[in-house]
Ligand binder design. Structure first.
Ligand code: PMP
Ligand code: G9A
Length: 413
């Protein structure tokens, strides 16, 4: 029998299972209220509209939608996406849009074309773990910069880059989720966005702005998109249909510097030839027939109610000593427990009480976040949110009490 552990490439031996993907298997039991996966609510899927679109597509152009497509993506969809982005103040050319199988694939292709083993990149602490999984698979050396309530710490970024420059290890890129970050819900201010671009310009760096949540704003003013502020062609922007149509189609798009997009397209040829043309045509009609704009409004209404219900339930049931943010959009609330509480140790107790979250430290590539958790508010019903948050509040309260008793008890000689 082949001993594969000895045969695998060094690259493969560094790959780690995704904590979220594994968790999804674990908590699929119907009696568990899951605040874990960043899943859209099934009620937000436009089933009837999709059914009609699919029937029309098969009637009108079955021979096209079932055929292979070009690697860049189908022209009509790229054209609609360019129009949509232009309408949001982003000066993009359809020729510069690459359609991928989810933004996850864009992260993989980006890594494939940019990273040699041990190349440095900058990520937030915390940051999206699907991205760090992709970067790790290409053996990146990930340097971290703290992310606060208003996004990445610019002072710390400057300091980090100064140190890396002295060591001759300047990063290949900075990876950021600026709007309703996964996992922390943090959004970066317009001023800090300016500063980020200034710093990137000073060190001549690419900035990768992963932006799956910017359409899902429930409160407050939209912040300028990095790509609209960039006049040096140093921003790669990733967007996806996963949160505004359905993740099952696996359709996303990326745009940025022409040379980079072209290289990612070549890498994609060797990866999967082209993105699922059928799904692309569905996405195209979804925009072109004007369904998307109304549908996004419906999703926002649905998710905002859930967000408010969750925040209210947290106020009522979370014990003193727990802090959390109030995100204006997206899908996640980030909670910080007293320092001596480890949310990884708490997890099994929560599952015993039929409620699950994602352990915060999964989003840190360095040490940190042991007392944090990510709580998704979009997937559960309002009734489940109320019940789940009450149960989670009780689990946390009991843990705080147990830890307090342990601290007070005398140490044996
Ligand atoms: N980036 C971020 C920040 C995400 O939150 C997600 C989805 N959870 C992705 C990328 C991947 O999205 P997609 O479904 O388009 O692959
Ligand atoms: O892996 C998935 O199913 C996508 C969700 C990502 C997340 O929970 O952040």
């Amino acid at each position: 029998m082949i001993n594969f552990e000895e045969e695998f490439s060094e690259r493969a031996s560094k790959m780690k299972r995704s904590e979220i993907r594994e968790l999804l298997k674990l908590i699929q039991k119907p009696d568990i209220i899951s605040f874990a996966g960043g899943l859209p609510n099934p009620k937000a899927f436009p089933v009837e509209e999709t059914r009609k679109i699919i029937n029309d597509l098969l009637d009108e152009k079955g021979e096209k939608v079932l055929q292979y497509g070009s690697t860049e993506g189908i022209g009509p969809l790229r054209k609609e996406l360019a129009k949509m982005m232009q309408g949001r103040d982003m000066d993009v050319d359809q020729e510069n849009i690459l359609i991928t199988h989810g933004s996850q694939q864009a992260l993989d292709l980006l890594s494939k074309v940019m990273l040699d083993p041990d190349d440095t990149i900058i990520v937030g602490s915390p940051t999206y773990l699907g991205a760090t999984g992709a970067f790790r698979a290409f053996e990146a050396n990930m340097e971290t910069v703290p992310v606060h309530k208003d996004g990445m710490d610019m002072e710390m970024l400057r300091r980090k880059l100064g140190k890396l420059k002295n060591k001759g290890k300047l990063p290949k890129f900075i990876y950021v989720v600026l709007t309703f970050q996964n996992p922390s819900g943090a959004t970066m201010s317009a001023e800090k966005r300016e500063e980020l671009l200034e710093i990137a310009s000073e060190y001549d760096l690419l900035v990768v702005e992963d932006s799956p949540y910017s359409h899902l704003r429930y409160e407050g003013e939209e912040k300028p998109h990095l790509i609209s502020m960039d006049d040096e062609d140093r921003v790669l922007r990733l967007e996806t249909f996963s949160k505004i149509l359905a993740p099952g189609f696996r359709i996303a798009w990326t745009t940025g510097p022409t040379d980079l997009i072209e290289k990612m397209c070549i890498a994609k040829q060797a990866t999967d030839l082209c993105t699922n043309p059928f799904g692309q045509y569905v996405a195209y009609k979804y925009i072109a027939e004007g369904i998307m704009d109304n549908h996004i409004e419906d999703i926002k209404e649905l998710y905002n109610k859930k967000r408010l219900t969750m925040l209210e339930a947290m106020e009522e049931h979370f014990p003193e000593g727990v802090e959390w943010n109030r995100p204006n959009g997206g899908m996640f609330i980030w909670a910080e427990l007293p320092e001596h509480i480890n949310t990884r140790e708490l997890f099994d107790k929560a599952v015993d009480e039929k409620v699950a979250y994602v352990v915060g430290d999964a989003f840190f590539v360095d040490d940190g976040g042991y007392n944090t958790m990510r709580i998704n508010f979009t997937h559960s019903s309002e009734e489940e949110i109320k019940r789940g948050i009450k149960a989670l509040g009780k689990v946390i309260q009991e843990e705080i009490e147990t830890m307090d008793v342990e601290e007070e008890s005398p140490i044996s000689p």
